[in-house]
Design a protein. Sequence first.
Length: 438
Amino acid sequence: MIYFVVFFALISCSKDQNTKIAISDGSIDFVRNVELKKNDYGNYRLFVDNEEFYVSGAGLEFGNQKVLASHGANAFRTWCTENGRKTGQEVLDEAQSNGLMVFMGIEMGSERHGFSYEDENRVRKQKETIKESILKYKDHPALLGWGIGNELNLQYTNTKVWDAVNDISLLIHELDPNHPTTTMLAGISKELVGNISAQCDDLDFISIQMYGDMINLQQRIEEAGYDGPYMVTEWGAIGHWEVGSTEWGAPIEQTSTERAEGIKKRYEAAIEIDKERCLGSFVFLWGQKQERTPTWYGLFTENEEEMQAIDQMHYYWNNGEWPKNQTPSIKSVLLNEKSAFENIHVGSNENLSFLYEAEDPDNDELTWRFEVMEEATDLKVGGDRENKPMTIPDRQISAALGKVIFKAPEKSGAYRAFIYVLDGNNHAGTANIPFFVD
């Protein structure tokens, strides 16, 4: 059982109370000791300098840390130490200034991207690079722990990857006795737990990532036979592979309101319910990204407007208090009086009617933004970067709140119509509906 071995190893680590660190703004702070242990109620928790720390945060690579902190979160996770825009030092320093802790990701090669764990030389070089990052950031006071690799089990066949993960964990515990290690898994299964238990017994706990099936997390953990501590490091929207699609293969996206309602159900049924072993979670994604659509997974629009799921997370992060101003909701969306599930076909340059029902909980005056976009064709898996499809300009004919008349594209093919309902307070309700021009 992995967690017994790990728990003993972790509590044996001691903290040098006299260790200090200078951060880039010139201030001095003590290195923090983060450990996994049980609280007075017998529940597994992380403790930061002996103070219980239940993780309430989001996955954040390029998102706004200050806004995250203002909503009551206490931490965020990354996917790598150097994200190409900011150094790990800058990310950690900024987190420190915002009162946030960082579960820092360590990027590792994955089999689906062509990395071979049979190549001993390549594995060794990877370890050397990772060692440099550990030494560089291990003493930062904003560091909460290390996430070794992300979904290394996605589309993989070679279980030697877990030997490499364990080797990195051993290295971290040797160089940095103050912070725990985990690896982020795509789902959980009996076979996966068996491999991790046999090959990764140095990890402090496992981390699980699920989307629509998140509602069944507790059942999946039980079926896998795992009875140790865990964290949920990616969850949020229902996955584009888990929904219905049109006859031409376009997945049907939920409205921002439906997504917020789904997040509520998944949080309460899968995360909040487990007081004993769940160490907390990171909702996905504190930012915006193109993945099938520009609005599917990010909690913000491209214009950095907050969507309704943020209101819901604010509620959980603030003990049942809603934000002072909430996001508009969208209750229904129809195109030519048809839903997305009715496989909407239209003619070239045909006048179309986009109908939606929106309301604002604060009775703010609502405005809207409308666009037509080609259906995405740059389709990846595992969250890999996708290119945003082309927007079709100048299609709107007339508009009022709740109804937009627009002209269908001239060229045949698959498209989507998007609506953004705005409240003037940087909030947006979003919805889209796919259609096909014959």
